[in-house]
Design a protein around this ligand. Structure first.
Ligand code: COA
Ligand code: MG
Length: 327
């Protein structure tokens, strides 16, 4: 390890985050009874400008009236370039009580954006005597945010997670797509002619760079990396494929923009029984290796070493926490 010790953000189960527009408060009790790890009530892009004050009032009311059980509750506020943002924070923290766990900050571009929000949150928390410090979920969804993602990740001790917002990001970099996440048939290479004359098309993942960059920036600061929305909620197989890809890059969860995506995210971001079983076998084999004075040994014809212990421990710990949650 480096001499620099990275403190992990406070642990939360973060496989699925269900979004509920602040102008549809009747959906909140349903969302609270479902299986999402985090409920994100939205004041930003699912709320038209004329409805912002109403949505804000709905959210403050819901925070004291809806039974959210053991769920993490987050509210996505408006961005720093709007005049809605300060009022969102003031009303939520002054009127929302202690039930609010996190605020989600959209369209963050620089560490100074986080600094400004942190200052405001700190003042309001102190003024109302809030006991629990609010954490920040940060969406990286612009070229500026991506260029500054490492400094953004380090900008406040309130930071808990970085999220990828594919729709705004595509708009910001002027990528030619109107999908929200998902496949892009234009992102492909035409292979040279094969011996039989055919020229296969090889598709790539247009989100790979953004996802990898965010995952590394997040993990370097002990934050969770969370993949954003898959807009086509009528395509569960597509959702699962994208989630599986994100898992392999180090992502811990994914947004659900429809309740049907919650179970899919929980499934994809929970280690399988076979994976946990194999992780336990690795830990047993490495314990035996330690007793034998060895650091690297063979299991099922493959090398395992001290790094394998760390990978296996992550999996076993995650499965124990999920089992405790009951879903
Ligand atoms: N949270 C909780 N329940 C929801 C829900 C949500 N976000 N979206 C839909 N439901 C409920 C509906 O009330 C309905 O319940 P019922 O069977 O008891 O009547 C059921 O789930 C099926 O809903 P459906 O008719 O398929 O969806 P819809 O047409 O009402 O809404 C969306 C579809 C996409 C508009 C809606 O899910 C939504 O607003 N999602 C969040 C969007 C958002 O916040 N975006 C910002 C982040 S990208
Ligand atoms: Mg967005």
């Amino acid at each position: 390890m480096s001499f620099t010790i990275v403190e992990p953000a406070r642990f939360r189960l973060n496989r699925s985050q269900l979004f509920v527009p602040g102008i549809r408060p009747e959906l909140l009790p349903k969302a609270a009874k479902g299986a999402a790890d985090i409920i994100n009530i939205d004041l930003e892009d699912s709320v038209p400008v004329a409805e912002k004050p109403k949505a804000r009032a709905n959210v403050v009311k819901a925070l004291s009236e809806v039974d959210f059980g053991d769920k993490t509750v987050s509210v996505r506020i408006n961005a720093c370039d709007t005049h809605f943002m300060y009022r969102d924070l003031v009303d939520l923290i002054e009127g929302g009580g202690e039930r609010l766990d996190l605020v989600m900050l959209p369209k963050i571009g620089t560490p100074a954006d986080i600094y400004a929000v942190d200052m405001l949150v700190t003042q309001i928390e102190a003024a109302v005597g809030r006991k629990k410090k609010l954490g920040f979920e940060i969406i990286i969804e612009s070229a500026l945010g991506m260029a500054n993602v490492e400094a953004i990740a380090a900008a406040s001790p309130r930071n808990e997670s970085l999220h990828f917002g594919p729709a705004d990001y595509a708009a910001s970099i002027k990528a030619r797509t109107v999908g929200i996440g998902g496949f892009n048939a234009d992102y492909a290479m035409l292979a040279d002619a094969q011996p039989d004359g055919s020229r296969p098309l090889h598709f790539g993942d247009p989100w790979h760079f953004a996802l990898s960059k965010i995952a590394v920036a997040a993990r370097a600061r002990g934050l969770r990396a969370v993949d954003g929305p898959y807009g086509n909620f009528s395509d569960p197989e597509g959702f699962k494929a994208q989630a599986r890809r994100s898992v392999s890059l180090g992502y811990e969860g994914k947004w659900a923009i429809h309740p049907s995506q919650v179970a899919l995210a929980n499934e994809m971001f929970s280690p399988t029984e076979a994976e946990v079983g194999q992780a336990k076998r690795i830990l047993d084999a490495m314990e035996q290796a330690r007793k034998d004075g060895l650091g690297a040994v063979t299991l099922d014809g493959k090398l395992i070493d001290l790094a394998s212990i760390r990978q296996a421990q992550v999996m076993v710990q995650a499965s124990a926490i999920i089992a405790g949650r009951g879903a």
